[in-house]
Design a protein around this ligand. Sequence first.
Ligand code: WT7
Length: 657
Amino acid sequence: MTQSPGQGQALDNLLTESRTFPPSEEFAAQANAQPELYEEAKADREAFWAKQAERLHWDTKWTQVLDWSDAPFAKWFVGGKLNVAYNCVDRHVESGHGDQVAIHWEGEPGDSRAITYAELQREVSKAANALTSLGIGAEDRVAIYMPMVPEAIFAMLACARLGAMHSVVFGGFSAEALRTRIEDSSCKLVITTDGQYRRGNPFPLKPAVDEAVAAAPSVENVLVVKRTNSDVAWTDKDVWWHELVDAQSDQHTPEAFDSEHPLFILYTSGTTGKPKGILHTSGGYLTQASYTQHHVFDLKPDTDVYWCTADIGWVTGHSYIVYGPLSNRVTQVVYEGTPNTPHEGRHWEIVQKYGVSIYYTAPTLIRTFMKWGADIPAKYDLSSLRVLGSVGEPINPEAWIWYRENVGGGKAPIVDTWWQTETGAIMISPLPGVVSTKPGSAQRPLPGIGAKVVNDEGVEVPHGGGGYLVLDEPWPSMLRGIWGDEERYRDTYWSRFKDQGFYFAGDGAKYDADGDIWLLGRVDDVMNVSGHRISTTEVESALVSHPTVAEAAVVGASDATTGQGIVAFVILRGGAGSDAGGAEAIKALRDHVAKEIGPIAKPRQIMVVPELPKTRSGKIMRRLLRDVAENRAVGDVTTLADSSVMDLISAGLQSGK
Ligand code: WT7
């Protein structure tokens, strides 16, 4: 099998790990999840999910739990009708919790705002009225390109309330990346800000929107929130948020939409250069986001203060800042900025300030905290923390233990949650209070979820064996397709194990002796950099679009902090000039990638080489380049068309060219 050796060393440690941490009796006694949940789901999966759907308010009840007759296109809670925003906001006000804080928002420069559920209802209603006045209705697409300001959440919920689909584009993506996403789903409206705070300074954001919109004729208006007070260019499509939204009525009656009504599109990288618009719908998505939020995080709406450090530009922000938490009537912290602004204790200062009890972050950040030193969290009172979460990539046992000891006071259970943009919500994770946790393992599918590790033939491997992770049962929050590309949906996820009808996740995995699942990284050409998915092909096409580059090959090499780092090998054009491989030129290439995709896709390293290793059929052998990038002896070269190429590459690199 072709398992990615990209994370080689971390995984070696990971596979020899055998410590376990049983839940304390105290925790188990108060836990939302009970061991019977597994039995209950197994006995009747659909009845189990129907019970979870009862967590929501349905205007019309469904007539059928699951319709899988048109597989792989699922319909969940068929015939049911609900309004997603009503479920996240209004019903909590109606049940007497209007004065509960929904969002403790913390701006990077130190400004803050507490937003109650009653206020959230008014803000979302005003925004919905404003969107209506701009001609936005059910199924229209709205691009949201914003930093982590409260209006970003109001905007998402306003779309949901109107049955319009949001397409949130991470504020760190380039104008070009924004344009292609706007174009792919013909967005009518873009919501943005004048600028954003990053590492203590205001940066402009609207110029990127101006550039994208100038080349995207589907956009009729741009709604602009004033955040940094920067000067902005103004076109006749532009409208200020504070002028339009603030003038609206704060009353708005939500309409109920079909359970399968589209809720959002979120673009993610695949194995080709073109990002995939992952489509999610309403009833099933909200059911699973809500169920997992409650059980995996042991959420107690009356007492907990929850904080997920993700950005709404990623699926984690959709499911575990907006829909999961708010549908559960959480009180949560939303933080705008970077973790070391103005100092490296910023997160712990925030935990202390608000008494955060549940904290959900990514391994890359935990490893960064480790680098900064344990003395930093030690300066703060973190005793309120009682559940810790991890997501985005495999967490190495060393980071897991550090997290438990230095953040969780040596006792808070850690939930390592495996899922994807496509799965919409958490799929594999220990249930706190029920499962004894193991550093480095996401462990077992949640009640109601079917996941397995199988070999090339689709046969489940025995305990101790490795292979591919598949999902063998449809689940409520599963993607309903790729926007505008049914074929790609079938090909990407359902063709690898077509006979078995399994969803192919793209991850390698193994079972340990207890049958717990350990995730081993991607098996396709997708890299995972700081928990962000970036396709090798996408970075390669960005590089070859630069006039000096003839050919490029990109690999993810293991990186102690970011999980993987992007390493690019480029062949320069003949006429590129004698200094083309120099430091200046390399910088120009890195900047070019940032411009084409965004700073997160900047290669860590670019090596200029005379040739690339290719098979006789012309396929680049990334495995060999990964060996070079990770300073390993180069593996088997016998399938290369020209086996001396690797010598040429190594020789060139050693002489420092
Ligand atoms: C890919 C999905 C899920 C939200 C963030 C990323 C990797 C995710 C884990 C985990 C090991 C993980 C997988 C997956 N991944 N969580 N707990 N352990 N790997 O969402 O951008 O859609 O990426 O992230 O490789 O396929 P995404």
